[in-house]
Design a protein around this ligand. Structure first.
Ligand code: KG4
Ligand code: ZN
Length: 353
């Protein structure tokens, strides 16, 4: 089975072809990523109108390249078209989904409208052959969630952020420090020469039973330090970055522990701890999660950084998972700017769409 996946929900235009054999092993045949970072950088964040225009201009070229890289494929060589249908910036979602519908219609192939969060959740089944049920820790620019992944289409959100997403906190702190956008990779880089113990930043929600996150108090604490200092030398910036990253580390480990306790209470033992989202590209956080996994005896599935951040292969793979179960969508499927990954919420979103 071969599926083309399209991803346009944020600031990257992506297309990929993934193949799966009867034994359910997946193989990425192509994975093309066009970043719009340069277009958004002057504004210090993603500008929705600029993103939508860039998707329109690039998408057909990116699809052509994905089909070519996969072995000069034709649409006739595919078994289905998967397009991210949300959640995300509505302009971009509409462009990718409409393109997916058009290709599906023109080539008489089934369409799968994929939830972007579901695609992050299922990636570890492509990269690490993770089996259900598992605990997903999703940390991206728009989302921070702990999700019990019980099966394809069967998710229970057991924890979420009460305010900012972790990636968003990285980006906002990066902006405060005058670092280029996006802040996450810049903070990781600057932390290398910094002292993680210089600033004692707060770890909100630490020790709480419910596996929720809160980041805004930490962000405010960083802002206060930056404002109090006036001008920051490079060494100070490195110390702020390292101290902030150390706080994030503690938060991630403590909240994941709470998530594991909650998972065991409600669903028994998870088969694995699966990590996804752009923040999972951070090597210090990856090491901390490895320590947590070995300490708890849990299998850790940590996809390579390029498959933790947004990509078309995860959409194509989610398409394969759904297609295998006969879960296809009509050409009237409406884009969903909001589309939470939860049993009940999916029904509510479906009713409204
Ligand atoms: O999953 P993703 O590519 O896009 C979505 O938000 O869906 O995640 C992007 C986020 C950004 O906030 C970025 O700053 C963060 O992931 N990020 C990182 C690192 N690389 C990307 N955060 C911390 N350390 C990194 N190395
Ligand atoms: Zn994402």
């Amino acid at each position: 089975m071969r599926v083309l996946g399209l991803e346009t929900t944020c600031d990257e235009t992506e297309a990929a072809v993934v193949e799966a054999n009867a034994g359910q092993d997946g193989r990425i045949l192509s994975n093309v990523v066009l970043s719009q970072i340069a277009e958004h950088a002057p504004y210090g964040g993603v500008v929705p109108e600029i993103a939508a225009r860039a998707h329109v201009e690039a998408l057909d070229r990116i699809i052509k390249k994905a089909m070519h890289d996969a072995g000069k494929l034709d649409f006739a060589d595919l078994d289905g078209i998967a397009a991210a249908a949300g959640p995300g910036l509505i302009g971009g979602v509409m462009i990718g989904l409409t393109m997916g519908k058009a290709i599906a219609l023109a080539s008489s192939k089934p369409l799968v409208a994929v939830n972007h969060l579901e695609a992050h959740a299922l990636t570890a089944r492509l990269t690490d052959k993770a089996s259900f049920p598992y605990l997903l820790l999703l940390m991206s620019g728009g989302h921070t969630q702990l999700v019990a992944v019980l099966g394809v289409g069967d998710y229970v959100r057991i924890g979420t952020t009460l305010d900012d997403a972790i990636g968003e906190a990285f980006d906002k702190v990066g902006k405060l420090l005058g670092l280029p956008f996006p802040g996450g990779p810049q903070i990781e880089l600057n932390s290398r020469d910094g002292d993680p113990a210089r600033f004692d930043f707060p770890r909100p929600m630490h020790g709480r039973e419910t596996p929720d996150f809160s980041l805004s108090g930490l962000k405010t604490a960083v802002r206060q330090v930056v404002q109090a200092h006036g001008h920051l030398e490079q060494a100070d910036i490195a110390d702020v970055c390292a101290s902030f990253q150390a706080a994030i580390l503690d938060i991630v480990v403590d909240r994941t522990r709470a998530g594991l306790r909650e998972f065991r209470k409600r669903f028994g033992l998870p088969q694995a701890l699966v990590v996804a989202g752009g923040v999972a590209a951070n090597s210090v956080i990856r090491q901390a999660l490895l320590r947590l996994a070995s300490e708890t005896g849990l299998r850790l599935a940590l996809p390579p950084p390029a498959l933790c951040t947004d990509n078309g292969a995860m959409i194509a793979w989610a398409g394969i998972e759904r297609l295998r179960l006969g879960m296809t969508d009509g050409l009237d499927f409406a884009p969903r700017p909001r589309w939470p990954l939860d049993r009940q919420m999916e029904k509510i979103a479906g009713a409204k769409a």
